[in-house]
Ligand binder design. Sequence first.
Ligand SMILES: C[S@@+](CC[C@H](N)C(=O)[O-])C[C@H]1O[C@@H](n2cnc3c(N)ncnc32)[C@H](O)[C@@H]1O
Length: 212
Amino acid sequence: MRLKFLPSFVKRKGRITKRQSQGLKNKDDFLILNIDDIKLLNKEYSSCHLEIGFGNAENLCSQAKLNPDILYIGCEVYQSGIGSLLASIKEDKIKNIRIFDKDIRLLIDEKDDKVFDRVIIICPDPWPKDKHHKRRLINYDFLSMISKTMKEGSEIYISTDWENYASHIRELFLRANFFIEAKLNNKKTFSKFERRGKRDGRTIFEFRHLKN
Ligand SMILES: C[S@@+](CC[C@H](N)C(=O)[O-])C[C@H]1O[C@@H](n2cnc3c(N)ncnc32)[C@H](O)[C@@H]1O
């Protein structure tokens, strides 16, 4: 079968811990399948944030606990990450997170309804080799697609610890006139991949733009 998008992630087998496997048993209760599911849920919340590639779900869970009135949609294809998230949801009795467990482009390509108030992408897979750049999630088509699901004035935040990816993202935002640059907030917490990048001596580059 021909894939619609070039995969932007590596399907890792990864060991699933007992905690993650327990969590995964409840996956169906938290899945959203399409934009219409989000529209329905949005009625119960003040706003809706989407985190793409949430990894170990550290940021997603801490944000959801701080802001119970906001609906958080977490998107991840990595089963152990989804298992960790589901275990945390159960342990901490978190009510305001739902999960899309496929390539994000399958969700946002489907419909143009404006449902998101904030989109967060922390350390997308860098694909550092030149021949793999075409696999990077952040490209012009992606920015165009995601912008169509974002409300007017809503925000997109992207960080990366790869200078070459950062230059590419900077150029894309210069072209993408449906976004305008916004002032960065003072970053206080760092994700697992951001911490790893800092530990290895790399800079964290951040981008914050508002939907025009
Ligand atoms: C480098 S990791 C970063 C994880 C986490 N944000 C962090 O900073 O610790 C990138 C994550 O994005 C996920 N990912 C990549 N492409 C994706 C896509 N098209 N849709 C959903 N998730 C994706 C991968 O599975 C991976 O877990």
